[in-house]
Design a binder for this molecule. Structure first.
Ligand SMILES: Nc1ncnc2c1ncn2[C@@H]1O[C@H](COP(=O)(O)OP(=O)(O)O)[C@@H](O)[C@H]1O
Ligand SMILES: Nc1ccn([C@@H]2O[C@H](COP(=O)(O)OP(=O)(O)O)[C@@H](O)[C@H]2O)c(=O)n1
Length: 229
């Protein structure tokens, strides 16, 4: 837990299936840091809009609904949850019907600004010594001044194979196609395929899960040593 100084921010971006969520959570555990899954917030908003019967393609309707969107996200890596109002949506937000509309919600600039403000508040207020925040624009927009910024990548084949291994009601082909089209839509909004200046790339294509976690922890430790942190 915190020593009272400013929390260390570890910013991680990358495409779908690169390992951001699972690796970031394990890295947070290893470092004794908090973990912020920003994608879960975009997913929770998409879920909320579905329940309210609001069309995610109608940007002005989505923006008008933001004041009614009451979400909470667990940032303790040992106690992860996502809630909207009193509903626990941790599992529901992973359903294909939510995944299918999340890019529509994420392309709305007011939504991004509204969520980014909350992400920054969560990061600044964490009771942990640091926080690993992952998404698509953490290294470039949400926390461009973070002392550690990482782009986690893997080839499209590796990412599709990993996602296909997860238990899902969809076929491997459908999972692959959904992932490809979501990355295409998302990359029109922010560039998460190329490392911005000062961002370290970790390519996990030929690394197993544990090796990827170690590689990211090493980047964090090297950066903290060189920053005197
Ligand atoms: N280096 C790796 N090698 C093999 N599988 C991995 C690796 N990194 C992550 N995974 C697995 O790949 C899947 C996708 O990872 P996830 O963390 O959900 O990615 P993202 O958050 O980037 O979409 C998960 O099942 C995860 O356990
Ligand atoms: N910082 C972020 C995080 C997610 N997102 C959006 O939220 C969606 C879900 O993100 P996610 O991280 O849960 O997706 P996965 O890669 O884990 O499948 C993405 O497809 C983007 O549309 C975003 O626009 N910016």
């Amino acid at each position: 837990m915190s020593t009272g100084s400013t929390p260390v921010i570890v910013a991680i971006d990358g495409p779908a299936g690169s390992g951001k969520s699972s690796v970031s959570r394990a890295v947070a555990k290893a470092l004794g840091f908090a973990y912020l899954d920003t994608g879960a917030s975009y997913r929770a908003l998409s879920w909320h809009l579905m329940v309210r019967g609001i069309d995610a393609a109608q940007a002005s309707d989505v923006v008008a609904e933001l004041p009614n969107f009451d979400f909470r996200i667990g940032t303790d890596p040992d106690d992860y949850y996502v809630r909207v109002g009193s509903a626990d949506v941790t599992e529901a937000i992973r359903e294909p019907r939510v995944t299918g509309v999340v890019s529509l919600v994420a392309r709305i600039p007011e939504v991004r600004r509204w969520l980014n403000e909350r992400f920054r508040m969560i990061m600044a207020g964490t009771p942990f010594d640091g926080i690993v925040a992952e998404g698509r624009d953490i290294t470039t927009v949400v926390a461009p001044d973070a002392p550690v910024r990482i782009l986690l990548t893997a080839t499209e084949d590796a990412r599709m194979a990993r996602r296909s291994k997860e238990l899902t009601s969809e076929s491997a082909a459908a999972v692959g196609e959904a992932l490809r089209s979501r990355d295409k839509a998302d990359s029109r909004v922010v560039d998460f395929m190329n490392a911005a200046d000062g961002v370290t790339t970790v390519d996990s294509t030929d690394l197993d899960f544990e090796q990827t976690v170690s590689a990211v922890v090493e980047v964090v430790q090297t950066a903290r040593t060189s920053h005197g942190g």
